[in-house]
Design a protein around this ligand. Sequence first.
Ligand code: FES
Ligand code: MG
Length: 577
Amino acid sequence: MQDGPPGLRGNLTNYGDSGFALFLRKAFIKGSGYTDDALDRTVVGIVDTGSGFNPCHGNMPQLIEAVKRGVMLAGGLPVEFPTISVHEAFSQPTSMFLRNLMSMDTEEMIRALPVDAVVLIGGCDKTVPAQLMGAASAGKPAIQLVTGSMLTGSHRGVRVGACTDCRSFWGRYRAEEIDDEEIAEVNGRLVGSVGTCSVAGTASTMACVAEALGVSLPGSATPPAVTADRTRYAEMTGTRAVEMAREGLTVDRILTRGAFENALRVLLALGGSTNGLVHLAAVAGRLGYSLDLERFDAMSRETPVLVDLKPAGDHYMEDLHRAGGVPRLLLELRDLLNTDELTVTGRTLGEELDRAPAPFPQEVVRTRSAPVYPAGGIAVLRGNLAPNGAIIKQAAADPVLMEHRGRAVVFEDSEDLARRIDDEDLDVTPDDVLVLRGIGPIGAPGMPEAGYIPIPRKLARQGVKDMVRVSDGRMSGTAAGTIVLHVSPEAAAGGPLALVRDGDTIRLSVEERLIHLDVPDDELAARAQEAPRAAAAPRPGRGYRKLYVDHVNQAEHGCDFDFLRSETDRGAVPGAP
Ligand code: FES
Ligand code: MG
């Protein structure tokens, strides 16, 4: 018998005879041609999330090969296994709807298989959160590897990348500034290679956040998918996974309160996707931590946006990589970080920063004295319209609209929006507030990224680029605008958003952190009696959709299932100042 991790002896299903169970296990896997020497080693599982429908994971075969090489260099046995794969564009009704399913798949496969450690390979928006949620619950040594960003493309001399430019070109097409021929041409330019979106969308955000959490190797968040750097990180990740198994470095020792604080800090300084907040709340919940939105907002006020990435800035992920990546950002934030937190390397974050490459002049990661935006990218709002909170990505909003009072133009759900938004007779002006409800975690279900409500066509044609928009949904991290999101409780759960009527006045004040409906309380109570929307919404009768709608929690809790949260309460993140 070997010393150290149990290898194939791990996790034996006991038929009342564990010797026989091992005998069977070995007999079957030897069908793949393994020798006893191979099988009597530390086993590293590699989670394969490749799929023909997931170009963001299109480099999966190369990454798996490199991870395997790294595992074998360290004397371990690599064994890959699949879980579901979730791509943003191929996930009906939404990728968020499938995230929890992927997390359950990941958790249970890690539990089920005799793996001493696991390398999680993910990339596209929901996959890294799903893997971290699952691995956090499974509790074995785990290390995250991301697939890396796609290369940017070029359209008629202009550099383009998915998917901020997808949105801006489509917006120009809607405004009839570009024609059918050009929109068809740009369609083939936006995605330059396999890999994840090249801006500070959710995939890039979660890659950087994972590095800040300490759950992936330092420097590994930013190399593009098709580069030698990416492949080298894959090899190093495999090697490190073997060592983590031998050291018994389980994921709960890395995903601590201090680590989550570091991750929230990086989310803010990155001007990262608002989805990152939902995902971090979900991962933290798996370890018993609850997101405290007020403390997060306080953190936001003292954390400037330093990374100049689209959509809030000008650059792409490959530029961030060349500028020094996440370590460069962490060095700039060092005094605001918990540097005693352990990382997957077995060293603390502070020790890693001591080893980080020395800063050199570059334009992507700004210094604290010359930030992209003076406060954090995300502000938390409250008010009678969002008793449990709402958020706005202030760094990507129009400063003129951040203090605004306007007339509500209400859409009941995405179908209603699609039917009427481009109607020439729609009663709407640029000063109005567009309200979309019924797109929360339960409402849609799966909280679609429909919070990026398009500017009504007749206004877009007049050159209107931004309006205040309010919804209980999410928006893509690649989108920008004065957009209030994640209104909680959502309309379908009986939140006051359900009570807004056309013509009501809504007040947004980012300065006061307020989202307010100028309607008296007694009038709102009377409206609630008249039409309780939550009761009217049809509930699915079967399948995963029923499980989802019956158990999904609200955005501030991460839209996880209530039964997947940890049963231990470890308190709030961020912790008390
Ligand atoms: Fe996969 Fe953007 S669609 S990362
Ligand atoms: Mg996205």
